[in-house]
Design a protein around this ligand. Structure first.
Ligand code: ZN
Length: 674
């Protein structure tokens, strides 16, 4: 599953600067890389670096190269899964884009170009997030004429697909009362009613202990009154065989460079699955994948997440090639190894502490290639496989992707947030010097130690706090982290460089929780999302409990604008410690009444005047709410025997350039796939 745990939400809901992690303490992006690549509509395109790629072995580089090729060959599959006409729309628009000889600076052409960029971003004609069809802003007349003049074939049907808002209005419809298949434009079913599809799945259900995920890799089609399953595979008349053949070809090349026997087995099973579409083989592949823990290079490749299917059964094609970030993974190991020390020294009551505390070691990875449903928009965490019985019997892999969050962080530098909302150059200096590192450290402390700390009293479960459970749990983990990031122990362990570094994260957390996160809330609304409530609770509780004579931190007004001033960072730490003790007690005892009080007093309400001021200050900055990436370019260098002797990496490809190249070099499917 896309990691929708606290970590992912924390990072994806970030505005400006904040909860982003970087893989390496010592790395700062090379000056010559442009991190902000493109900007259109509500979308921003960023570039990510692949730190340490140069230091991998030739074998590992070659493996990544062929896995990346396999990742790119799946791109067309996702377009077709997202909608029957998507490939035709993309190809028609690309042909016009390439062949147009009129004025490319004209308003109409620019509007058309923006539309095409969005089609690339969404892998189709529907908004990648909102699911609604977006329309070109250029006129239909201009588009028809431009195609005609450029020798691009166009049908009336295709014009309606592009310009008629009533045709295919929604990719995935979840409206109760509607036939979800008829109302959704995605291409997992053809000619069936929802009832017919559900009946088919019911009839073919695997009720064994180790069930096959029936429907994961197929489309249901009605032919001559019969429901037919069209399986995605290379054999026979398999659907998407033209693309999957190239995927398999590159997986076979990758196999020659596998690092370990475990990884070899993963690749063999995946190749076999792509050929036959056999779901027992898929299970064997998923188990082999979970067991492959020692290979440094790892990957996801295939039909994975089911959010794009209104019935939640068929997997959208995706790929992510990656390798372990050793430095960041070591940091989480160090924290885990010292988990008991942190538990014993926390400011919580002794009876709520764990006697035996084991930390969690988070695996941190570096993404090397994004494909299919991971591109251009991408998750920053992965938690797979999705089959519950495999997770239960064999475990799962959960990773965070450090270089993507690094890219978010670097791109956010200079977006104007800190300039507008930070009090002075001193806070901005701290952010510049320590901001990226400390947001990593915060995530590590929160994930590796915070959630695992403390214990519940006998008879108490997580459910005692009901709707406030996750807010309080997130607050507990955040406070554990905040309390400890200022501890000299972290300098001693080598996690932070000095006793000043934590200050920037304190400043950010208080400012974000008390004010800046409100820019994500609509005017007139309250705070609803549990991570946002957790942050509001912490910041506002602290600000409400400062010393009345010498406040440790305060909100001040300057030139009619509100700012945060921190006067005593160690004093703020003491307040975090006090609140941690309170929240731990509420959670440990399952004290619902007190949880309600904390949440209602500090975490929900919004001051409308302050809210409006913040929005008025934020909107002119023009920060894009959605972000996606361009991939690096890998260039293999071969020796005389055709073996790879090196792989070079480049970071200079533009957004349109990259998509046009992918469409030219990695496109094997017909326009319409029946
Ligand atoms: Zn959390």
């Amino acid at each position: 599953m896309k990691q929708l745990t606290c970590l992912l939400v924390a990072a994806l809901t970030l505005v400006g600067c904040g909860n982003m992690r970087r893989g390496h303490v010592e790395t700062v992006g090379p000056e010559d890389i442009e991190y902000n690549v493109d900007r259109f509509y509500d979308l921003a395109i960023l570039r990510y670096r692949v730190p340490d790629f140069e230091n991998l072995s030739t074998q590992q580089k070659a493996l990544i190269y062929y896995l990346s090729e396999a990742a790119l060959w799946g791109r067309d599959i996702l377009y077709d899964q997202n909608g029957r006409y998507n490939l035709r729309v993309r190809r028609t628009c690309e042909a016009l884009y390439n062949q147009y000889e009129g004025d490319r600076e004209s308003e109409q052409f620019q509007l058309f170009e923006k539309y095409l960029k969005r089609v690339w971003f969404s892998n189709g004609i529907h908004h990648h997030y909102a699911e609604d069809k977006f329309l070109p802003e250029c006129t239909e007349q201009w588009f028809r004429t431009a195609c005609e003049q450029s020798g691009v074939a166009l049908t009336d049907e295709l014009v309606r697909v592009l310009f008629d808002p009533t045709v295919l209005p929604k990719k995935v419809c979840q409206d109760a009362g509607k036939d979800l298949l008829q109302a959704s434009a995605c291409n997992y079913y053809e000619g069936l009613t929802q009832r017919e599809a559900e009946d088919w799945y019911e009839q073919h259900k695997d009720t064994s202990d180790e069930p096959r995920w029936i429907g994961l890799n197929s489309k249901l089609v009605k032919r001559d009154g019969q429901v037919v399953e069209r399986v995605y595979r290379t054999e026979g008349d398999g659907l998407y065989r033209e693309a999957l053949q190239h995927v398999v070809e590159n997986l076979e090349k990758a196999l020659q460079y596998a690092e370990t026997d475990e990884q070899r087995l993963v690749l063999q099973k995946l190749i076999a699955f792509n050929r036959t579409g056999d779901l027992t083989t898929f299970n064997e592949y998923a188990i082999a994948w979970v067991r492959d823990l020692n290979s440094r290079v790892d990957f996801v490749n295939g039909f994975t997440e089911v959010y794009g299917d209104p019935l939640g059964i068929t997997g959208a094609w995706e790929s992510m090639v990656n390798f372990r970030d050793e430095v960041a993974t070591d940091r989480t190991r160090t924290l885990s190894a010292n988990a008991q020390w942190f538990e014993d020294n926390s400011p919580t009551d002794k009876k709520y502490k764990k006697k035996e505390c084991r930390g969690v070691t988070a695996k941190v990875i570096t993404a090397a290639m994004l494909g299919g449903d991971c591109y251009p928009a991408t998750p920053i965490g992965i938690n797979l496989p999705n089959a519950n019985w495999i997770r239960k019997n064999y475990g799962s892999k959960s990773v965070t992707i450090a270089n993507l969050t690094e890219a978010y962080y670097l791109a956010s530098q200079g977006d104007g947030m800190n300039e507008e909302f930070y009090l002075s150059d001193e806070e901005r200096r701290l952010a510049k010097e320590y901001g990226a590192l400390m947001s990593d450290v915060h995530v590590d402390l929160h994930e590796c130690l915070g959630h695992g700390s403390g214990q519940l009293m006998p008879g108490v479960t997580k459910d005692n706090l009901r709707e406030h459970g996750s807010t309080l749990e997130e607050a507990r983990a955040d406070l554990f982290s905040l309390y400890y990031m200022a501890d000299p122990k972290l300098v001693e362990l080598g996690i932070v460089p000095d006793e000043e570094a934590y200050k920037t994260q304190y400043y950010h957390q208080l400012l974000n929780g008390a004010m800046t996160q409100l820019v994500r809330v609509e005017l007139g609304k309250n705070i609803e999302e549990s991570h946002m409530r957790d942050r509001a609770l912490i910041a506002r509780w602290v600000l409400a409990h400062v010393d009345s004579v010498r406040p440790e931190a305060e909100i001040i007004v300057r030139d009619g604008k509100h700012y945060l001033r921190v006067n005593d960072y160690q004093g703020v730490r003491r307040l975090f410690g006090q609140l941690l003790a309170i929240v731990q007690e509420v959670v440990s005892t399952g004290d619902y009444a007190r949880a309600c009080q904390l949440v209602e007093d500090y975490a929900v309400q919004v001051d409308p005047a302050l809210h409006k001021e913040l929005l008025d200050r934020y909107q002119p900055l023009g920060i894009a709410p959605y972000k996606g990436f361009v991939n690096p370019v890998y260039q293999p260098v071969f020796d005389a025997d055709g073996k790879i002797k090196d792989v070079l990496i480049r970071y200079d490809e533009g957004y349109a350039e990259q998509h046009l190249r992918y469409s030219r070099d990695y496109s094997a499917l017909p326009d319409i796939n029946d």
